[in-house]
Structures are given as structure tokens and as C-alpha cells.
Design a protein around this ligand. Structure first.
Ligand code: HEC
Ligand code: HEC
Length: 226
């Protein structure tokens, strides 16, 4: 069976993984070439905005990097550490997606850091429409999990407002596009495993989630903030 997961990173098995994802995006590349390590100086958000124009990020990710397609992620308000890691992973062809692999192939390390800094200056997009009952169920799972089923609350890492944590590499998921959210949660959940800790955290957390649970959390995270 073909396992198409967006972040199955077999190459990384050969890398020193002790430093984890944070290490993987450390500013100095270790000798031997960790494909996710980036080297850059202080990120320049203004230059990031220029690059976003040159590479037409908005043609897919939307004006102000807020998407209007439910199947495509917004980049506005995303945590820079997460965004850098994803662009590095597309560029290294460790995260599958032909379109983004081509886009990322044109970016230098400094460009990635500048684009991430620019996206972080923007506010996340507006809430998507969601079914009230589903949303309420999702809010309960997000905030409290389900002790009886050993389900951990999303709030522990993503925060009450869903904005994640730059230092810990936790993505912002506030008002995430719903079809993309469902797809990406399956990519974590259905993966046989990740050799680095952070995507693996998501995989482990979602292990006991049913599709009904996923539908509920997607309804909630896609409509978190007014
Ligand atoms: C032709 C369309 C297209 C263009 C242009 C494009 N992207 Fe993307 N991008 C996508 C698609 C499709 C995905 C979703 C990939 C997936 O489902 O895994 C994506 C995903 C991403 C992600 C992952 C987001 C997440 O939440 O994990 C980042 C980061 C990203 N793009 C950055 C950029 C940047 C920066 C630019 C401009 C330099 C850009 N993209 C230009 C189509 C595009
Ligand atoms: C133990 C910490 C932790 C918990 C608990 C957690 N997450 Fe995550 N989540 C992360 C990290 C770290 C990432 C970034 C993963 C990566 O780098 O690929 C992430 C990424 C995501 C993404 C991908 C965002 C994108 O733009 O592609 C989604 C969606 C998500 N989490 C939703 C959830 C939901 C829903 C829950 C609760 C069911 C949850 N998370 C619980 C740590 C956590």
C-alpha cells in the first residue's frame, strides 16, 4: 500500500535527531548536511514581503496570505519556526507536494527566514463557517480532551487561542482552512511514524481520534476567532 504522508522523513533517520526539530532549524548547519538546517542572519520581514510578491505566494495562499480556498492553508500569522521548517522540508523534498517543492526550490535559506518573518507580521484570517453542534463538541475536545479515552487536549500545546508557540515549533492553527486541516490531520494520524519528535507528537496525539472527533476539532479550529 502506498503511504502518502506529507512528512514521512526517512532521510532524517540518518541524522543526529537528539537535537530535535528545534535543532533541525538551528541557525548553523552541522557538517554532513542536515537538509532541514537553515543558515541566516536576522530575518527581514520587509524583504519577505518583496519575495512573497516576486514568487506570487498570494496567487494560491490569498491576498495578505489569507486563503479563500478551504483546501489551502493561510500563511498569515503562522509561527516563523514552523513556517521555516515546512519550507525547508518542501525544498528538501521531505514534505510531498509538487507545487510547493517547486516554489521552495527557488528559495535560499535567508529567503525562507524573511518570508517566515513577513507572514508572522500578518493577522490570521477570519473564521470559516461551522456547524454549531459540531463546533461545540470540537471545543470540548480541544480544551479538555477526553480522559476516559486517553485523549489529550490540543490546548496544552496550541494554546487557548490556537496560536501555537514559535519557540517550541508549534504551528498556529487559528481559523485553519477546514479541508486542509482535515487532510493534514490525516497525514499525521495515518503515518506509520516520524523519526523526529514534533510531527510525531501530533501522530501520537491523534492515534485514538475517530473521524467524528476529527470533524469536530476541524469545525472548532477553523472557526476559533471572530
Ligand atoms: C501554485 C500554488 C502555490 C503557490 C504559488 C505557493 N504555494 Fe504554498 N502551498 C500550496 C499548496 C497546495 C499547499 C498545501 C500543501 C499540502 O497540502 O501539504 C501549500 C502549503 C504551503 C506551506 C505549508 C503551510 C502549513 O500550514 O503547513 C507553506 C509554509 C507555504 N505553502 C508557503 C508558501 C510561500 C512562502 C509561497 C511563496 C514563496 C508559496 N507557498 C506559494 C500552493 C502554493
Ligand atoms: C504535544 C503538543 C501538541 C498537542 C497536544 C497538539 N499538537 Fe498539533 N502540533 C504540534 C506541533 C509541534 C505541530 C507542528 C508539527 C510539525 O512541525 O510538523 C503541530 C501541528 C498541527 C497542525 C498542522 C498545522 C498546519 O498548518 O499544517 C494541526 C492542524 C494541529 N497541530 C492540530 C492539532 C489538534 C486539532 C490537536 C488536538 C487534537 C493538536 N494539534 C494537539 C503539537 C501539538
Amino acid at each position: 500500500m502506498l503511504h502518502r504522508t506529507r512528512r514521512f522523513l526517512p532521510v532524517l533517520l540518518a541524522l543526529p535527531v537528539g537535537a530535535g526539530l528545534i535543532g533541525a532549524v538551528a541557525q548553523t548547519a552541522p557538517p554532513g548536511g542536515n537538509p532541514l538546517a537553515l543558515t541566516y542572519t536576522t530575518p527581514d520581514a520587509t524583504h519577505g514581503q518583496v519575495l512573497a510578491g516576486q514568487h506570487e505566494c498570494a496567487s494560491c495562499h490569498g491576498g495578505g496570505l489569507v486563503t479563500s480556498y478551504p483546501g489551502l492553508p493561510s500563511l498569515a500569522g503562522q509561527q516563523p519556526s514552523y513556517l521555516r521548517l515546512q519550507l525547508a522540508a518542501f525544498r528538501a523534498k521531505l514534505r510531498p507536494n509538487d507545487t510547493m517543492q517547486k516554489v521552495a526550490a527557488e528559495l535560499k535559506d535567508q529567503d525562507i527566514a524573511d518570508l517566515a518573518a513577513y507572514a508572522a507580521t500578518l493577522s490570521p484570517g477570519p473564521a470559516w463557517k461551522a456547524d454549531d453542534a459540531l463546533r461545540a463538541k470540537g471545543a470540548a475536545l480541544f480544551n479538555a480532551g477526553d480522559g476516559k479515552r486517553n485523549i489529550i487536549a490540543c490546548v496544552v500545546c496550541h494554546g487557548a487561542n490556537g496560536r501555537g508557540d514559535d519557540r517550541l515549533g508549534v504551528a498556529s492553527i487559528t481559523n485553519l482552512a477546514p479541508e486542509y486541516a482535515n487532510r493534514v490531520l490525516h497525514e499525521f494520524k495515518d503515518s506509520p511514524g516520524f523519526p523526529i519528535p514534533y510531527p510525531d507528537a501530533m501522530r501520537v496525539i491523534l492515534k485514538d481520534y475517530t473521524q467524528a472527533d476529527l470533524d469536530a476539532v476541524v469545525a472548532y479550529i477553523s472557526s476559533m476567532a471572530p
